[in-house]
Design a protein around this ligand. Sequence first.
Ligand code: C2O
Ligand code: CU
Length: 471
Amino acid sequence: MGTVGTPRVCLVAVGGAALFGALVSCRSSPELREFAGSYPADATPVGVTREFSLTAAPATVALLDGRPLQVWAYNGQVPGRVLRVRLGETVRATLTNRLPQPTTIHWHGVRVPNAMDGVPGVTQPAVQPGETFVYEFTPKDAGTFWFHPHVRASEQVERGLFGVLVVEDVEPRPYSQDVMWVLDDWLLTSEGEIFPQFNTRHDLAHDGRWGNVVTVNGRTREQLFVKAGERIRLRLLNVANGRVFRPDLSGLDAKVIAVDGMYAARPIDPVGFELAPGNRLDLDITVAANRGGQRVVVVDRFTQQPIPLAEIVVTDAVVATPDFASPARAHVPAWGNTRELATRAEYRLDARAGGPFGIQWTINGEAYDHADHGARPRNMQTLPYGEWSKLRFANDSFRLHPMHIHGQFFKVLARNGERVEEPFWRDTVLLHAKETVDVGLVPQDRGTWMLHCHVLEHAESGMMTLVNVTN
Ligand code: C2O
Ligand code: CU
């Protein structure tokens, strides 16, 4: 990977002809110089391909304490099996659609070639029932990612279609255990079925569909057994349609090492971290040698009423703690003096009456038209490849909007105009009521990418647009 301070990005940004001009503009941009060495523009394939087959179909699973639940699932499992590859390996995943409606797979947070991004009408036609589609890409970054449909996502994800893609480092750290916790909630009827109405007026008028049962890895009582002395990599992912989690890890010696897949610049205290739909948080947890026999319940404190998520059970066995430096030492630019710099695009987020569901969520007064595939929204913006851009999200509503950009990582610069120092990248940032968030980014991936709210009902009713990354 690039060395800190190497202006490699500037060279990559132009290619051939305009080299001289680009070097000049590069030298004149402190933001680009700071960005250099953050993450690579290109993948480095090692020539190994990992094949996966993912069949999306209705299934019955034993969720929620063993009661059978009718779901839609990849290969009959919720969450789908964790796909694991090593950085440099190529993923070839064949999707077979056995659902009663079209679908696609979007690889959330993975910087894939644009044609592999899974957005119907933009990067591919939707995969019809009975059809297959092969997704093939070499991840550019190691970390915790996930995949889910991008067709009628508020229904398909809610019914159980989601899975995890872990891209391991070339040399994974010797953690005692590498554990995945997929956080979700389910809206069940009194008969224990998935509530069959989607995109209701209630969901749209609020923060999307919030369930009445919270699960971790599809279970209401997930337990993690650890030995005293172990050092655990715990990967959290929020796949809920609308629910935000704020896990209370205070009973643990835990540090955040990665956010939305990417390593942070340094280990961070997890206190107060909010996990909005789409977000990931990787934790480095050391279980002290003297904690044998103890139990720690991790609870969610986003809502007024704390919700137990899962339990960590420390067995009596004691092992030596693996000793290695925290992997959280990525190069992340500070971009501390960007306040006066111009905003390239502003996204104003709001709702209005109308549309197929009665309420539409809008970006700059426009609701994305899911039916009109191929139409370019008026509010589509162009971001220059390899150049620094500042974007502003302004929430004109009182609802929550986790704003996600496909194919890009960005850094939060300010909230409500006040500088914030987040030493990490994100692909999804939560906006609270009436909040304004400024982010900075240097696009390294060309193409037409979605930008949308990850409250899936908000997205379904219009809170989506496209950004075009091009030179
Ligand atoms: Cu998980 Cu378009 O996003
Ligand atoms: Cu929203």
